[in-house]
Design a binder for this molecule. Sequence first.
Ligand code: AMP
Length: 287
Amino acid sequence: MSPIITRKMDAFRIFYDFIQLKEHMKHFGAQLTVGLVPTMGALHQGHIELVERAAIENDIVVVTIFVNPKQFNNSSDLKQYPRTIETDIALLSAHKNVIICIPNEIDVYPKNDPYSPITLGILNQVLEGKYRPGHFPGVAHVVHNLFHFIEPTSAYFGLKDYQQFAVIREMVKQTQLKVKVEGCDTVRDENGLALSSRNFNLSEEQINDALIIIDTLRYIKSKKNQFEIDHLLAKAKDFFNKGKLTLEYLDIVDAQSFKKVNNLNRKTVCCIAAFCGEVRLIDNILL
Ligand code: AMP
């Protein structure tokens, strides 16, 4: 990190469009490195760890807060998505060299949209791709446009959304954008529950019920050498069904290609999606 930047960077700032943000960033000169952390707000420690890593590796950090309508395949899910903008701003204001950008939909998706849709192939056909049609095309679109307008050096994403991370890497590869895409480990509560903005919509009792998700993933990992995959998954589903959640999927795929696997001789990931009441939760574990 260049010392001059630390001197130049003034107090914490918030911008509501890309033009003002870029105008502000111009003052730092072309040499500065910019780490981008795209979020949909309702921030928690999982987001903050992305911000902290970006701050270590870059001169400045831009955190975007934008609830992206294009990635919601269900309008009531979009409506119920938690919004805590004032707390988000307060949380981020404690961090040095962080700029917040809260763009409008018209900024992110202007009439003259720079995005040409890419082909996601199998990534869009399995797991989240299968159960949330339109979700990943919407994710690829928003992240592309954030990269296009903000022009970060690097961007930081959580591996809690493991398949999303693969989608973003694929988008960058196909569009040849010059952004380094970094993945950060899943941040969990002490009890093992993966932190998620959606947890804000859970009661205390539901948070307790939701622990069956991580318990099931750990169950699979602990028994992975004892059973064939199909048997392992069947046993894990029985285990999961002792809890109160409703399973959407539980599957093991190749951690790179997302193809179904017949054995665990390569790097694989076990992914799960389940409903806790009305709230849809996802998680994964590398096997
Ligand atoms: P979201 O606001 O849910 O779109 O998430 C913004 C970014 O934070 C994404 O890259 C997520 O993968 C990441 N993220 C969300 N929850 C966690 C978590 N528990 N641990 C690590 N990263 C996370």
